[in-house]
Design a protein around this ligand. Sequence first.
Ligand code: BGC
Length: 424
Amino acid sequence: MKLSCLHYLTALVVAGALAASAPARAQQTLDVLHWWTSQSERKAADLLADALDKEDIQWRDAAIAGGAGIGAMKVLKSRLLSGRAPDSAQLIGPAIQEWAELGLLLELDTVSSQNNWNRAFFPTIWSLVRQRGHVVAVPIGIHRINTLFYQRRIFNELGLTPPRTWAEFERAAERIKRAGITPLAQSSEPWQVSTLFETLMLSESTPAFYRQLFERGNDKVWFDPRVTRALERLRRLKQWMPEPVAETRWESVARQLANGDVAMWVMGDWAKGELQTMGQTVDEQFGCVAVPGTADYHLYSVDTFVMLAEDYASQGQQEKLAQLAASPAIQARYNQIKGSVSVRRDADPNQMDSCARASWRTFNRGALVQAPSLTHRMASEEGLKDAITAQLHRYFVDEHVPASETQRRIASLARALGNRKSED
Ligand code: BGC
């Protein structure tokens, strides 16, 4: 007995010594900066982190709270300027090309060609992630901003059908208000106001006109009567909103809809992801339709990650994240959690819920029906977006500001800050 005990101890010591002398396999890490901090966003990020973990790469999270990434973009820029760039970051829209032009981004051409990204992605997505023929970002999901969510229980109880036109919307809102329920959810956070405004602008016009306004930085178009009408609708909709409209975080607004404190809500379909984490299911507890007048259009925001090319020390891990994130299997699972839809043309719409299917199919119709979100950085550079958002917010909260003044102010901002593409 004594002997076997001694053998056992010796074996342990030897094993320990061997383990100590074996070169330790340091786990590789990847520092990722993003703004996904709500429950569903967290779950979606965790799915990516778990996939990396299976490859022995540790996702080191650098999440910065704040809807629409207002804080995250500031942190990202200051980390970059102070030489502490993350390995990977959520960077959206034309900024991708601007940053690539400055030589800040790792080229992902090998991952792209090995995985046939050119054929796999929608054409709009494919051009979004390239600069001068090089692939410089990995797309993860397409969000639809022109989505009207509604609480089914309230609609069923009041015998209402989801509104397809503004006249139907007004009738439903009237009825809901009479029943003592707030018809339309809204927060006065500036980005949430401009998210609503851009859908109203699309509803009053077309993707082509919308692009002239937000993408071209064309000051003259801001005086168009369609802009006046969208602004007036923005203000009129306040009669259906909570009084006063508070600066509520979007996750909390989702909770109001889940609880049935409000009946409808215009928000990007990340709201669907969040409602799902609250035990709500599409077509059971809630439904979604396009914002009235926009059913044929897709007001989109594409979530993308870039890899910062500092010293190439993390290139292997960076490429792995890119490859995994765009793979068919991760795309299907990630987008289901996040509320967005796949960036891939080979995704199967029959596996999607009704909100996602409508979004994916509409996006699939191509550029003529697509409008890039201003608020979510798809249309113009950050400065112009922020300036327009501030004016819209001012107009929304202060009823004394006439629409014409807002139009004039935005036109002069567009003249001063815009025109990135106006010479095209
Ligand atoms: C992003 C989404 C995010 C939402 C709310 C949008 O700009 O594209 O991924 O869920 O902001 O933070």
